[in-house]
Design a protein around this ligand. Structure first.
Ligand code: NDP
Length: 434
């Protein structure tokens, strides 16, 4: 706290971990002796840089770029790139910190990082996006590589931006290093199933949790916030499992369709035409649009899947969801619930799937993309999906068993934090104090 006084998101993320780890330190003083807590909360390296670019009218703009290389004890730094005006060092550090535990939970050989810029892609032309990403990568390329640091997408960064960054990296290196980026277009070096992986994985994880309590997505009413990459494929899988998804959103507002969201319309509006979510009501007049996205949680539902951004569910939203009969919540986004909201859910018996575990499917399939790139071959969608299901099921089992072992069965927040921590902490002890 003294060292990072203004970094509220980072402090929130570290506090949540520390709260869970108390029983671990009581049982394993060797972690204290090895300074694991102090070391695991200090990034190995933070790179911050100027990104200057010219808009279509010739005006020069300057944004700030970041890459937080947080921990490399389990493998090369791995984590997405976010382009959003809210990006700052606290948000980058919290995301990279969470990535340590999430990546460890996947069981894949990947360390943790995160990067991005306060650049706002909204309203920019295709060429402006290209110029910006090329300028961003010109600096970032000095710090990444297939065995060093392998970025991917996140908010505001999809396959188009990844394509431009990947192209610029290879241009600067004078070759073709397929494994330097994941989330690439499957036609150009990417993995089938990566686009769907985070959303599908979240639903697979939540389905495991529901089944354990004799519940399921089938015939449940579901709300998914956001309408980006994670949300779209969470909606798709929930619908495939028989749920009725009645609402989704963007940062301007939310739509409510009591008949169930028509996903084809959402996909076309968001993935192809890059329009706002309110336009859904033009084609579906029975649906309603409300222009405050955080009110989406006032709609009654059985299962809530926050898939937009951090801190979208606070204490008040948690109380409303519970009063309306919420049974389960799966975090598709990173840290979408405040600590207070999580406590309220756990105290009220809501089944709670924490982000570090529930949304790890994306990075797990990214690691599979790295394997395919190294082997110079590609797996089918079915193969990737089977592997994703297995990874999500294994993550669920390790969270559950850690929670049971440390005396709080059903507390998957604690289970995920402990299981992820133990894996990295043991590697840190083995690698010596550094
Ligand atoms: P996208 O950019 O594809 O979509 C983000 C969605 O959330 C959009 O609908 C966006 O609306 C909305 N949104 C963004 N910021 C805000 C905000 N401040 N308030 C309200 N709504 C907002 O991003 P992703 O789907 O990739 O990522 C969503 C979340 O999932 C993030 O927390 C990310 O870190 C996490 N995540 C993503 C993974 C991935 O594989 N992509 C992997 C693991 C976690 P608008 O279009 O109006 O901005």
């Amino acid at each position: 706290r003294k060292r990072n006084p203004d970094e509220k998101e980072f402090l929130q993320a570290t506090r949540e971990i520390f709260d869970s780890l108390r029983p671990v330190f009581a049982k394993h003083p060797e972690y204290i002796r090895n300074g694991i807590l102090e070391r695991i909360t200090e990034p190995e390296r933070i790179i911050s840089f100027r990104v200057a670019w010219e808009d279509d009218k010739g005006k020069v703009h300057v944004n700030r770029g970041f890459r937080v290389q947080f921990n490399s004890d389990l493998g090369p730094y791995k984590g997405g790139i976010r382009f959003h005006p809210s990006v700052n060092s606290s948000i980058m550090k919290f995301l990279a910190f969470e990535q340590i535990f999430k990546n460890a939970l996947t069981g894949q050989p990947i360390g943790a990082g995160k990067g991005g810029s306060d650049f706002d892609p909204k309203g920019k032309s295709e060429r402006e996006i290209m110029r910006f990403t090329q300028s961003f990568m010109t600096e970032l390329s000095k710090h990444i590589g297939p065995d060093i640091d392998v970025p991917a997408g996140d908010i505001g960064v999809g396959k188009r931006e990844i394509g431009y960054m990947f192209g610029q990296y290879n241009r600067l290196k004078g070759g073709y290093e397929a494994g330097v980026f994941t989330g690439k277009d499957p036609n150009h070096g990417g993995s089938l199933g990566r686009k769907e992986a985070t959303g599908y994985g979240t639903v697979y994880f939540v389905e495991e949790m529901l089944n354990e309590h004799n519940l399921s997505f089938k015939d449940s009413t579901v709300i998914v916030s956001g309408s980006g990459n994670v949300s779209t494929y969470a909606i798709e899988k929930a619908q495939q499992l028989g749920a009725k998804v009645v609402a989704c959103s963007d940062s301007s507002g939310y739509i409510y369709d009591k008949n169930g969201i028509d996903l084809n319309t959402v996909k076309r509006l968001k993935e192809v035409e890059q329009k706002r979510i309110w336009e859904y009501t033009k084609e579906h007049p029975e649906a309603e649009y409300y222009d405050n996205c955080s009110d989406i949680w006032s709609i009654p539902c059985d299962i809530a899947l926050p898939c937009a951004t951090q801190n979208e569910i606070d204490e008040m939203a948690a109380h409303i969801l519970i009063a309306n009969g919420l049974k389960a919540l799966g975090e598709g986004a990173n840290m979408p619930c405040t600590i207070e909201a999580i406590d309220i859910f756990l105290e009220n018996g809501v089944l709670f799937a924490p982000a570090k575990a529930a949304n790890a499917g994306g990075v797990a399939v990214s690691a599979m993309e790295m394997s395919q790139n190294s082997m110079r071959l590609g797996w089918t969608s079915e193969e990737v999906d089977e592997r994703l299901k297995t990874v999500m099921s294994n993550i669920y089992e390790s969270c559950k068993s850690a929670a049971e072992q440390y005396g709080e069965p059903d507390n998957l927040v604690m289970g995920a934090n402990i299981a992820g921590f133990l894996k990295v902490a043991d590697a840190m002890v083995a690698h010596g104090i550094r």
